[in-house]
Design a binder for this molecule. Structure first.
Ligand code: PLP
Length: 395
């Protein structure tokens, strides 16, 4: 067999995609699956956005665009962020990629040399360690406290910054915990990194999904920290556009230029039609976003009420995103060796798909998504209750 490159031998497939595959295999056998795994809204892309894509096609907007995105889209993105957060980013400090995933993948590629370290707030999005390690970096994870609902604080992250640290990564609202970083902590982190050659990478892909209070962005500190932060956003969740693959990063010009350069040699520009659709999303009415967020807030309440009646599980109400990070520690042991076995058994026995906490850097938990209909959500939680009772009784 032809050997793989050494740096890729350790690369595990995305745990969230594994759940999707296991659920699909079960469905193919004709069995029910209540999918509480999805990392995407159960909404169609709003009609005006779809119409803009059709118009782009009809007008023949089907050719290469500049690798970092069209001038119009980059300018609209800069204007949008500046208007909302009082920053003054020029369009040249914006890169549009095939999803925020490409933007985040590229930032580590242009930033890290072998052995460089990245301080990563945990629980973290599953792709961060793979991105960092594929770029030759090492992860220094800083795990939040469950009792504190995994709120990210500046002090423990700053304490981990050492001579080899090149970046600190935060994600608020967080996938998987739903935690929103308090503005005071974010400000402390921004200021605590001042004068150090360390980039703050703020993944804000779930930005509008904040249920108690207004969205917070690192961009609001751009006035004093523009040169040392990269903020990543996505159209995927806000506009139910996961399949279109459009996200963007805003950051220092030399890093943005390097990312565009890298992108120009890998995927070239993000899809031209999707870029026009994204432009329409930004410039159009935001009513669909408001409505979706309001519905998700209702689902969060429903799910928390139902979960509160499952005594063997623990969960603190998260302030954002569309996930619940549920502690299953009281049920572990025996056949349910760990959270990975828990998720596998739950799917096998009761047909509920969830993602285990281990790949998020936090064993003993599972992630439930409420980006699914109320009916399916409640059905999934009933089945989870049944599963928990069965294992509680057998202990
Ligand atoms: N960051 C986080 C925390 C995510 O959960 C995701 C997607 O699930 C992404 C980034 C990437 O989003 P996309 O590439 O679809 O823009």
């Amino acid at each position: 067999m032809i050997p793989l490159a050494r740096r890729l031998q350790e690369l595990a497939p995305s745990a969230t995609l594994e759940v999707l595959n296991a659920a699909a295999a079960r469905r193919a056998r004709g069995l029910e699956v209540v999918d509480l795994g999805p990392g995407e809204p159960d909404y169609p892309t709003p009609e005006p956005i779809r119409a803009a894509a059709i118009e782009a096609l009809d007008q023949g907007f089907t050719h290469y665009t500049p690798a970092g995105g069209t001038r119009e889209l980059r300018a609209a993105i800069a204007d949008n962020v500046n208007r909302r957060y009082g920053s003054a980013y020029p369009a040249a400090e914006v890169v549009v990629g095939a999803g925020a995933k490409q933007v985040l993948f590229n930032i580590f590629q242009v930033l890290l040399d072998p052995g460089d370290e990245v301080v990563l707030a945990a629980p973290y999005w599953v792709s961060f360690p793979a991105m960092i390690e594929t770029a030759g970096g090492r992860v220094a994870a800083v795990l939040g406290r469950a009792e504190d609902n995994f709120t990210v604080h500046a002090a423990p992250l700053l304490e981990r910054v050492g001579p080899k640290t090149r970046a600190v990564v935060i994600n608020s609202p967080c996938n998987p915990t739903g935690a929103v970083m308090p503005p005071a902590e974010l400000e402390r982190l921004v200021d605590g990194l001042a004068g150090r050659p360390v980039l703050l990478i703020s993944d804000e892909c779930y930005e509008p999904f904040v249920y108690d209070g207004a969205p917070v962005s690192a961009a609001q500190y751009a006035g004093r920290a523009r040169e040392r932060m990269l903020v990543a956003y996505s159209f995927s969740k806000s506009y139910a556009m996961t399949g279109w693959r459009i996200g963007y990063g805003i950051g220092p010009r030399h890093l943005i230029d390097a990312m565009i350069n890298l992108q120009s040699h890998s995927t070239s520009n993000p899809n031209s039609i999707a870029q026009q659709a994204a432009l329409a999303a930004l410039n159009g009415s935001q009513q669909s976003v408001t409505e979706m967020v309001a519905e998700f807030k209702q689902r969060r309440r429903l799910a928390m009420e139902r979960l509160g009646r499952i005594s063997a599980l623990t969960c603190v109400e998260p302030a954002g995103a569309f996930y619940l990070f549920v502690g299953v520690g009281k049920l572990l042991g025996g056949e349910l060796r760990d959270d990975v076995a828990f998720a596998a058994r739950l799917l096998e026995q009761d047909g509920v798909a969830v993602v285990p906490g281990t790949p998020f850097g936090c064993p003993g938990f599972i992630r439930l998504s409420y980006a699914t209909s109320r009916e399916l959500l409640l059905r999934g939680l009933d089945l989870l209750d049944q599963f928990a009772k069965r294992y509680q009784a057998s202990r």
